[in-house]
Design a protein around this ligand. Structure first.
Ligand SMILES: Cc1ncc(COP(=O)(O)O)c(C=O)c1O
Length: 289
Protein backbone atom coordinates (compact mmCIF):
# COMPACT_ATOMS: atom_id res chain seq x y z
CA UNK A 1 0.00 0.00 0.00
CA UNK A 2 1.33 3.45 -0.85
CA UNK A 3 1.77 5.90 2.02
CA UNK A 4 -0.74 8.76 2.20
CA UNK A 5 0.30 12.19 1.01
CA UNK A 6 1.44 14.48 3.80
CA UNK A 7 2.97 17.98 3.90
CA UNK A 8 6.49 18.87 4.93
CA UNK A 9 7.91 22.40 4.72
CA UNK A 10 5.80 23.36 1.73
CA UNK A 11 6.12 20.06 -0.15
CA UNK A 12 3.50 17.36 -0.60
CA UNK A 13 5.13 13.95 -0.18
CA UNK A 14 4.22 10.38 0.74
CA UNK A 15 4.32 10.18 4.55
CA UNK A 16 7.07 7.56 4.51
CA UNK A 17 9.38 9.89 2.55
CA UNK A 18 9.39 12.61 5.20
CA UNK A 19 12.52 12.67 7.34
CA UNK A 20 13.05 14.92 10.33
CA UNK A 21 16.43 15.87 11.80
CA UNK A 22 17.20 14.50 15.27
CA UNK A 23 18.29 18.05 16.14
CA UNK A 24 14.83 19.42 15.37
CA UNK A 25 13.74 21.33 18.49
CA UNK A 26 10.41 19.51 18.32
CA UNK A 27 12.18 16.16 18.72
CA UNK A 28 14.76 17.30 21.28
CA UNK A 29 12.63 19.62 23.48
CA UNK A 30 9.00 19.22 22.39
CA UNK A 31 9.49 22.83 21.29
CA UNK A 32 6.52 23.56 19.09
CA UNK A 33 2.77 24.02 18.76
CA UNK A 34 0.06 22.13 16.93
CA UNK A 35 -3.54 22.20 15.78
CA UNK A 36 -6.13 19.62 14.82
CA UNK A 37 -8.78 20.91 12.41
CA UNK A 38 -11.87 18.83 11.60
CA UNK A 39 -13.00 18.94 7.97
CA UNK A 40 -16.53 18.02 6.92
CA UNK A 41 -17.12 17.43 3.22
CA UNK A 42 -14.02 19.47 2.37
CA UNK A 43 -15.00 22.42 4.64
CA UNK A 44 -12.80 23.36 7.59
CA UNK A 45 -14.83 23.66 10.78
CA UNK A 46 -13.83 27.05 12.20
CA UNK A 47 -10.56 27.02 10.24
CA UNK A 48 -9.84 30.70 10.92
CA UNK A 49 -10.29 30.22 14.66
CA UNK A 50 -7.89 27.24 14.62
CA UNK A 51 -5.18 29.25 12.85
CA UNK A 52 -5.76 32.26 15.10
CA UNK A 53 -5.18 29.95 18.09
CA UNK A 54 -2.05 28.55 16.41
CA UNK A 55 -0.82 32.13 15.99
CA UNK A 56 -1.41 32.78 19.73
CA UNK A 57 0.46 29.56 20.68
CA UNK A 58 3.41 30.47 18.43
CA UNK A 59 3.54 34.02 19.79
CA UNK A 60 3.68 32.68 23.38
CA UNK A 61 6.49 30.30 22.36
CA UNK A 62 8.32 33.04 20.42
CA UNK A 63 8.30 30.91 17.26
CA UNK A 64 7.99 32.76 13.94
CA UNK A 65 4.60 32.03 12.39
CA UNK A 66 5.40 30.98 8.82
CA UNK A 67 1.92 31.84 7.44
CA UNK A 68 -1.00 34.21 7.83
CA UNK A 69 -4.41 32.71 8.63
CA UNK A 70 -5.31 32.78 4.92
CA UNK A 71 -1.89 31.35 4.05
CA UNK A 72 -2.46 28.43 6.44
CA UNK A 73 -5.89 27.74 5.01
CA UNK A 74 -4.37 27.71 1.50
CA UNK A 75 -1.68 25.22 2.55
CA UNK A 76 -4.26 22.94 4.20
CA UNK A 77 -6.36 23.06 1.04
CA UNK A 78 -3.37 21.87 -1.01
CA UNK A 79 -3.11 18.85 1.30
CA UNK A 80 -6.88 18.28 1.26
CA UNK A 81 -6.82 18.03 -2.53
CA UNK A 82 -5.35 14.56 -1.83
CA UNK A 83 -7.82 13.74 0.96
CA UNK A 84 -11.48 14.19 0.03
CA UNK A 85 -14.39 13.83 2.45
CA UNK A 86 -14.40 14.14 6.22
CA UNK A 87 -10.87 14.53 7.54
CA UNK A 88 -8.92 15.45 10.62
CA UNK A 89 -5.96 17.65 9.66
CA UNK A 90 -3.01 17.67 12.06
CA UNK A 91 -0.70 20.70 11.82
CA UNK A 92 2.63 20.69 13.67
CA UNK A 93 5.08 23.62 13.82
CA UNK A 94 8.41 23.41 15.63
CA UNK A 95 11.07 26.04 16.23
CA UNK A 96 13.24 24.36 13.58
CA UNK A 97 16.65 22.69 13.36
CA UNK A 98 19.57 24.40 15.17
CA UNK A 99 23.22 23.37 14.67
CA UNK A 100 23.47 21.99 18.23
CA UNK A 101 21.37 21.09 21.27
CA UNK A 102 21.05 24.05 23.60
CA UNK A 103 18.04 25.11 25.68
CA UNK A 104 18.45 28.76 24.68
CA UNK A 105 16.23 29.68 21.74
CA UNK A 106 18.48 30.16 18.69
CA UNK A 107 17.66 33.27 16.65
CA UNK A 108 16.67 33.13 13.01
CA UNK A 109 15.62 29.48 12.69
CA UNK A 110 13.24 28.45 9.95
CA UNK A 111 10.29 26.67 11.66
CA UNK A 112 9.59 23.07 10.64
CA UNK A 113 6.02 22.56 9.38
CA UNK A 114 4.45 19.13 9.13
CA UNK A 115 0.81 18.34 8.28
CA UNK A 116 -1.11 15.14 7.72
CA UNK A 117 -4.76 14.30 7.10
CA UNK A 118 -6.56 11.25 8.43
CA UNK A 119 -10.17 10.19 7.99
CA UNK A 120 -12.19 11.94 10.70
CA UNK A 121 -13.62 9.54 13.22
CA UNK A 122 -16.51 11.10 15.09
CA UNK A 123 -18.15 9.42 18.13
CA UNK A 124 -20.12 6.25 17.52
CA UNK A 125 -23.92 6.25 17.68
CA UNK A 126 -23.63 4.19 20.85
CA UNK A 127 -21.33 6.75 22.54
CA UNK A 128 -23.76 9.55 21.65
CA UNK A 129 -26.83 7.65 22.80
CA UNK A 130 -25.46 6.08 25.97
CA UNK A 131 -22.74 8.52 26.96
CA UNK A 132 -19.24 7.60 28.09
CA UNK A 133 -17.35 6.80 31.29
CA UNK A 134 -14.73 9.13 32.78
CA UNK A 135 -12.47 9.07 35.80
CA UNK A 136 -11.06 11.96 37.83
CA UNK A 137 -7.46 12.85 38.70
CA UNK A 138 -5.37 15.70 40.04
CA UNK A 139 -4.23 18.11 37.33
CA UNK A 140 -0.46 17.70 37.56
CA UNK A 141 0.33 19.56 34.31
CA UNK A 142 2.24 22.85 33.98
CA UNK A 143 0.91 26.42 34.32
CA UNK A 144 0.70 27.15 30.57
CA UNK A 145 -2.06 24.80 29.48
CA UNK A 146 -3.53 27.57 27.26
CA UNK A 147 -0.66 26.96 24.77
CA UNK A 148 -1.41 24.11 22.37
CA UNK A 149 2.11 22.79 22.84
CA UNK A 150 3.44 19.60 21.26
CA UNK A 151 4.96 18.81 24.70
CA UNK A 152 2.05 16.64 25.77
CA UNK A 153 3.60 14.38 28.39
CA UNK A 154 1.33 15.68 31.18
CA UNK A 155 -1.73 15.10 28.98
CA UNK A 156 -0.44 11.68 27.90
CA UNK A 157 0.04 10.57 31.52
CA UNK A 158 -3.37 11.99 32.45
CA UNK A 159 -5.12 10.26 29.53
CA UNK A 160 -3.48 6.94 30.38
CA UNK A 161 -5.20 6.98 33.81
CA UNK A 162 -8.58 6.69 32.06
CA UNK A 163 -7.27 4.31 29.39
CA UNK A 164 -6.08 1.96 32.15
CA UNK A 165 -9.55 2.18 33.73
CA UNK A 166 -11.27 1.48 30.37
CA UNK A 167 -12.73 5.02 30.39
CA UNK A 168 -12.92 7.70 27.69
CA UNK A 169 -11.33 10.63 29.50
CA UNK A 170 -9.66 11.82 32.69
CA UNK A 171 -11.34 14.88 34.20
CA UNK A 172 -8.81 17.04 36.02
CA UNK A 173 -8.95 19.20 39.15
CA UNK A 174 -6.43 21.80 40.26
CA UNK A 175 -6.69 23.24 43.77
CA UNK A 176 -10.23 21.88 44.16
CA UNK A 177 -11.47 23.33 40.84
CA UNK A 178 -12.33 21.77 37.49
CA UNK A 179 -9.84 22.57 34.75
CA UNK A 180 -10.47 20.29 31.73
CA UNK A 181 -9.82 16.70 30.66
CA UNK A 182 -6.62 15.20 29.19
CA UNK A 183 -7.62 16.00 25.59
CA UNK A 184 -11.03 17.70 25.90
CA UNK A 185 -12.85 20.57 27.59
CA UNK A 186 -15.46 19.78 30.23
CA UNK A 187 -18.86 21.37 30.84
CA UNK A 188 -21.35 20.64 33.59
CA UNK A 189 -25.05 21.33 33.92
CA UNK A 190 -26.43 22.49 37.28
CA UNK A 191 -30.06 23.49 37.77
CA UNK A 192 -30.59 24.15 34.05
CA UNK A 193 -27.42 26.23 33.56
CA UNK A 194 -24.45 25.09 31.45
CA UNK A 195 -21.24 25.90 33.33
CA UNK A 196 -17.76 26.17 31.78
CA UNK A 197 -14.39 26.65 33.48
CA UNK A 198 -12.65 30.04 33.15
CA UNK A 199 -10.72 30.72 29.95
CA UNK A 200 -7.36 31.09 31.66
CA UNK A 201 -3.88 29.51 31.60
CA UNK A 202 -5.15 26.32 33.26
CA UNK A 203 -7.07 25.11 30.23
CA UNK A 204 -6.70 24.96 26.49
CA UNK A 205 -9.49 27.16 25.17
CA UNK A 206 -11.07 24.69 22.76
CA UNK A 207 -12.41 25.82 19.42
CA UNK A 208 -15.32 23.49 20.23
CA UNK A 209 -15.70 25.17 23.67
CA UNK A 210 -16.05 28.55 21.92
CA UNK A 211 -18.43 27.08 19.36
CA UNK A 212 -20.61 25.69 22.18
CA UNK A 213 -20.69 29.13 23.75
CA UNK A 214 -22.07 30.56 20.46
CA UNK A 215 -24.51 27.69 19.98
CA UNK A 216 -25.78 28.07 23.58
CA UNK A 217 -26.45 31.76 22.96
CA UNK A 218 -28.18 31.15 19.62
CA UNK A 219 -30.20 28.26 21.12
CA UNK A 220 -31.19 30.31 24.20
CA UNK A 221 -29.46 27.97 26.67
CA UNK A 222 -28.27 29.51 29.92
CA UNK A 223 -24.46 29.46 29.85
CA UNK A 224 -22.05 30.72 32.49
CA UNK A 225 -18.25 30.80 32.61
CA UNK A 226 -16.99 30.68 36.21
CA UNK A 227 -14.74 28.67 38.55
CA UNK A 228 -16.35 25.25 39.15
CA UNK A 229 -15.73 23.37 42.39
CA UNK A 230 -14.82 19.69 42.32
CA UNK A 231 -17.89 19.01 44.49
CA UNK A 232 -20.11 20.68 41.84
CA UNK A 233 -18.75 18.30 39.19
CA UNK A 234 -19.26 15.26 41.42
CA UNK A 235 -22.88 16.37 42.02
CA UNK A 236 -23.62 17.68 38.50
CA UNK A 237 -26.90 16.96 36.70
CA UNK A 238 -24.97 16.49 33.44
CA UNK A 239 -21.32 16.46 32.38
CA UNK A 240 -20.15 16.92 28.78
CA UNK A 241 -16.82 16.57 26.99
CA UNK A 242 -15.96 18.58 23.88
CA UNK A 243 -13.15 18.46 21.36
CA UNK A 244 -12.63 18.62 17.62
CA UNK A 245 -12.93 14.83 17.36
CA UNK A 246 -15.42 14.15 20.19
CA UNK A 247 -17.72 17.03 19.13
CA UNK A 248 -19.95 17.01 22.24
CA UNK A 249 -20.33 13.83 24.28
CA UNK A 250 -22.25 13.15 27.49
CA UNK A 251 -20.40 11.66 30.46
CA UNK A 252 -22.78 9.21 32.12
CA UNK A 253 -20.48 7.66 34.71
CA UNK A 254 -17.74 9.35 36.71
CA UNK A 255 -15.39 7.18 38.76
CA UNK A 256 -17.90 4.36 38.31
CA UNK A 257 -20.90 6.33 39.69
CA UNK A 258 -23.81 7.53 37.54
CA UNK A 259 -23.88 11.21 36.55
CA UNK A 260 -27.40 12.58 37.17
CA UNK A 261 -29.86 9.97 35.91
CA UNK A 262 -26.99 7.98 34.32
CA UNK A 263 -28.13 8.76 30.77
CA UNK A 264 -27.36 11.73 28.46
CA UNK A 265 -29.44 14.62 29.84
CA UNK A 266 -31.95 16.96 28.17
CA UNK A 267 -29.51 19.86 27.75
CA UNK A 268 -26.98 17.50 26.16
CA UNK A 269 -29.65 16.37 23.69
CA UNK A 270 -30.36 19.99 22.85
CA UNK A 271 -26.69 20.93 22.45
CA UNK A 272 -25.94 17.82 20.40
CA UNK A 273 -28.74 18.76 17.99
CA UNK A 274 -27.47 22.37 17.76
CA UNK A 275 -23.98 21.03 16.99
CA UNK A 276 -25.18 18.61 14.30
CA UNK A 277 -27.29 21.38 12.72
CA UNK A 278 -24.24 23.66 12.67
CA UNK A 279 -22.23 20.95 10.88
CA UNK A 280 -25.00 20.35 8.35
CA UNK A 281 -25.12 24.11 7.58
CA UNK A 282 -21.32 24.14 7.14
CA UNK A 283 -21.45 21.24 4.67
CA UNK A 284 -24.24 22.90 2.67
CA UNK A 285 -22.52 26.32 2.58
CA UNK A 286 -20.89 27.30 -0.74
CA UNK A 287 -17.11 26.79 -0.87
CA UNK A 288 -15.14 29.91 0.10
CA UNK A 289 -14.05 32.03 -2.87
C1 LIG B 1 -6.06 19.57 26.66
C2 LIG B 1 -7.14 19.86 25.66
N1 LIG B 1 -8.17 20.63 26.04
C3 LIG B 1 -9.17 20.92 25.18
C4 LIG B 1 -9.18 20.41 23.89
C5 LIG B 1 -10.31 20.73 22.96
O1 LIG B 1 -9.90 21.63 21.96
P1 LIG B 1 -10.63 21.71 20.55
O2 LIG B 1 -12.09 21.89 20.83
O3 LIG B 1 -10.04 22.91 19.90
O4 LIG B 1 -10.35 20.43 19.84
C6 LIG B 1 -8.12 19.60 23.47
C7 LIG B 1 -8.10 19.06 22.09
O5 LIG B 1 -7.22 18.37 21.69
C8 LIG B 1 -7.06 19.32 24.37
O6 LIG B 1 -6.02 18.57 23.99
Amino acid sequence: MTAPIAYFNGELLPLDQIHISPLDRGFIFGDGAYEVVPVYGGKLLRGREHFERLARSLTELRITNPHTVDGWIGEVERLLAHHPGNQSVYIHVTRGVPPKRDHVMPAGLQPTVFMMANPLSTPSKEAVEKGVACVTAKDFRWEKCHIKSVSLLGNVLARQISADAGATETILFRDGHLTEAAASNVFIVKAGVVLAAPQDNHILLGITYELLQHLARDGHLRFEVRPILEAEVLGADEIWLTSSSKEVLAVTTLDGKPVGAGVPGPLFQRMHTLFQDYKARLERAPAAA
